[in-house]
Design a protein around this ligand. Structure first.
Ligand SMILES: Nc1ccn([C@@H]2O[C@H](COP(=O)(O)OP(=O)(O)OP(=O)(O)O)[C@@H](O)[C@H]2O)c(=O)n1
Ligand SMILES: C[C@](O)(CO)[C@H](O)COP(=O)(O)O
Length: 238
């Protein structure tokens, strides 16, 4: 894996579960927007060669940021979002290979725009592990609660799942550009459900390494998550 990595930020979601007046990645959060906090972790990082953000066609909020606070940002590119998160990621990878001509052996790291609380410490921890791991690497957190499987009615407990060895997958998730692009394209071709990059790598027979991350690296999904992210960002800022 060559030294500097490229970062892909899927940011083309509409945020249905957030029930807000705009996609959640553009909601205000501690003096800026969610996505600006997310980008801040990568901008200026010595290991990062550049960033590709996948956004919906005609996204007015992204256009506004690119015209204002991100106007002078170098090595920041935009790719078209897709129907699902995996499509947005694949579009960004294709932009890297076909438009920017980035070599397939280059490391890529995919991080949700909706995860603004990623720390540099966790990013560096993943990079250190990911460089050594051909199968890829993800940040994850071991499950702490007892996990229940629901019955078909979705309302009653069927049974308790074994939680030893069970992890919450977070992002960033890291692999080499060529391997990840081929795995995502193959999964798409086969109609396989891919909700994170590791799913596609697993379908390709790979076993990415689990890197324990900070549970504060939450994905803003529902309204209550904004208050939590506000607390975490203020707590980290000290
Ligand atoms: N077609 C899509 C769907 C999601 N995402 C991005 O993937 C990340 C994680 O997805 P999720 O939390 O599911 O975001 P939404 O799809 O916007 O949320 P919802 O399912 O509530 O609509 C987000 O940064 C989102 O912008 C994307 O780039 N393209
Ligand atoms: C990629 C991810 O954040 C890892 O937990 C998660 O799979 C995204 O899922 P979503 O349904 O697109 O929010």
């Amino acid at each position: 894996m060559s030294n500097k990595i490229w970062v892909v930020i899927p940011a083309a979601g509409v945020g249905v579960r957030m029930q807000a007046d705009r996609p959640k990645q553009y909601l205000p959060l501690v003096e800026k927007t969610v996505i600006e906090h997310t980008l801040e972790c990568f901008v200026g990082h010595p290991a990062v060669a550049g960033i590709v953000v996948a956004v919906s066609d005609g996204d007015p909020f992204w256009a506004e940021l690119m015209a204002t606070t991100l106007a002078t940002q170098r090595n920041l590119y935009t790719a078209p979002g897709g129907r699902e998160r995996a499509d947005s990621v694949l579009n960004a990878l294709t932009y890297l290979t076909d438009t920017l001509h980035i070599p397939p052996e280059t490391g890529v790291l995919v991080h949700d725009a909706a995860r603004p609380c990623l720390s540099r410490q966790d990013l560096n921890k993943l990079l250190a592990a990911g460089y050594m791991e051909a199968a890829g690497a993800i940040l994850a957190v071991p499950v702490r609660d007892t996990m229940k499987r629901a019955q078909a009615d979705g309302a009653h407990i069927s049974h308790t799942e074994e939680r030893n060895g069970l992890w919450h997958a977070l992002t960033p998730q890291m692999a080499t550009l060529g391997v990840l692009q081929a795995a995502l394209a193959d999964a798409w071709q086969k109609g396989l459900a891919v909700t994170d990059e590791a799913s596609a790598l697993e379908y390709a027979g790979l076993h990415p390494i689990l890197v324990e991350g900070d549970a504060r690296n939450i994905k803003i999904t529902r309204p209550a998550d904004l208050a939590l992210a506000t607390f975490f960002l203020r707590d980290v800022a000290g």
